[in-house]
Design a protein around this ligand. Structure first.
Ligand code: NAD
Length: 356
């Protein structure tokens, strides 16, 4: 693989390979763009089938973080760490402390936290070697569980979609199909139920399904059936790449809006949804609640302030949809341009010399 060509393609600034002799840690930190401020992005631990796959993932995910920070109005850039290893068996205190020491060498240029395959406990170890950690549990001075605010932001985002498509942001009486009843999906069910939505749900974890069914009047379908459910809104809260050549033709909804990261398998699938007349809420906008929460830690975390900012996802989406409609382009394309403009303009302002 031609690493510098790969970095140049999307304007990545830095790619750092970290190897620890004692633990065998293999961690790759990618920093995409720090125009707005230090890079911010979680640490994923995954059994990558090759080093190339890990590098590509770090580059792709760090770029995604630049866009998520850019649209969320926070002064951070995009970064990501990937650890090549088995999250079930490859973890130890020393491994995460070694990672912490590598992060510390970046001198505040990059902040990290949990992501797929890593937990709060892992990051308590990381934080013993570096202060460049966000999203620790409350008892360690962090803002704690981010899935509640993420679900809150998704709920607000779904309301913005409803207003755009149906003319009202009330979800009462609308049918919403929810894929994934995990940390975010579970909270989302509660918020949507409180508003009077009719819920059709699925998860591959039967325990989660049972738990939700005991607490709410939901209709359960098998995981592979969720795409074909006749509904007003389809909300993906499980995996990425769920919007693809196989699933899009099956969708019978007017809106797709959920928390899952990287929902479009490829950008062209966003175009397919647009042509089908389905409003797709760009994932990195609607699922930014967690990012908004950890970014707020830098101002001395205030739950009220973080939720107020996450509620702004509603207005952000309304604005994006209006611009997209005006230009007759899919919202996911409009938002990339809005972010690129913000980064470029703030970069220009920072070009002014203000003294040492
Ligand atoms: P989670 O692991 O707690 O929940 C995901 C759920 O999806 C699990 O219950 C799993 O069993 C289910 N699932 C997996 N494959 C499925 C399938 N094929 N069909 C149906 N269900 C399936 O994760 P989470 O924290 O709730 O996050 C959900 C999504 O939102 C992820 O894509 C995550 O990256 C994204 N996200 C989460 C946050 C956050 O704060 N937790 C923030 C931004 C984005």
């Amino acid at each position: 693989m031609k690493i510098f060509d790969e970095m140049a393609k999307n304007g990545h600034e830095q790619l750092i390979f970290n190897y620890d002799r004692t633990t065998g840690l293999k961690a790759i930190i990618a920093i995409h763009d720090t125009t707005l401020g230090p890079a911010l992005g979680g640490c994923r631990m995954w059994n990558y089938s090759s080093e190339e796959e890990a590098v590509i993932d770090a580059l792709r995910l760090s770029r995604g973080m630049t866009y998520k920070c850019g649209i969320s109005g926070v002064d951070f850039g995009g970064g990501k760490t990937v650890i090549i290893g088995d999250p079930q068996r490859g973890k130890s205190e020393e491994l995460f402390r070694a990672l912490g020491r590598f992060v510390e060498t970046l001198g505040g240029r990059y902040y990290t936290g949990t992501d797929v395959g890593t937990t709060y406990d892992d990051f308590v170890y990381v934080s013993r070697e570096t202060s460049s950690v966000v999203g620790l549990p409350e008892e360690y001075g962090g803002s704690g569980n981010s899935s509640i605010i993420t679900a809150f932001g998704v709920w607000k985002g779904i309301k913005a979609c409803a207003r755009t498509v149906f003319g009202s942001d009330s979800l009462s009486g609308l049918t919403i199909a929810i894929q994934g009843l995990g940390k975010v999906g579970g909270h989302l069910v509660e918020l949507l139920h409180q508003e009077g939505a009719e819920l059709v749900v699925t998860d591959i974890n039967e325990e989660y399904v049972r738990d939700i069914k005991e607490r709410y009047p939901v209709h359960v379908v098998a995981p592979e059936e969720i795409f074909g459910v006749s509904c007003d809104i389809f909300s993906p809260n499980a995996l990425g790449a769920v919007l693809n050549d196989e699933t899009i033709p099956r969708l019978k909804c007017k809106i797709v809006a959920g928390a899952a990261n990287n929902q479009l398998k490829e950008p062209r699938h966003g175009d397919m949804l647009f042509e089908k007349g389905v409003l797709y809420a760009p994932d990195y906008v609607i699922n930014a609640g967690g990012l908004i929460q950890v970014a707020d830690e830098f101002d001395g975390y205030s739950k009220d302030r973080a939720f107020k900012k996450a509620a702004g996802i509603y207005d952000t989406l309304i604005k994006i949809f209006a611009i997209a409609r005006h230009r007759n382009i899919p919202p996911f394309r409009a938002v990339d341009e809005i972010v690129e403009r913000r980064i470029s303009r703030i970069g220009d302002i920072r070009g002014m010399y203000v003294g040492e």
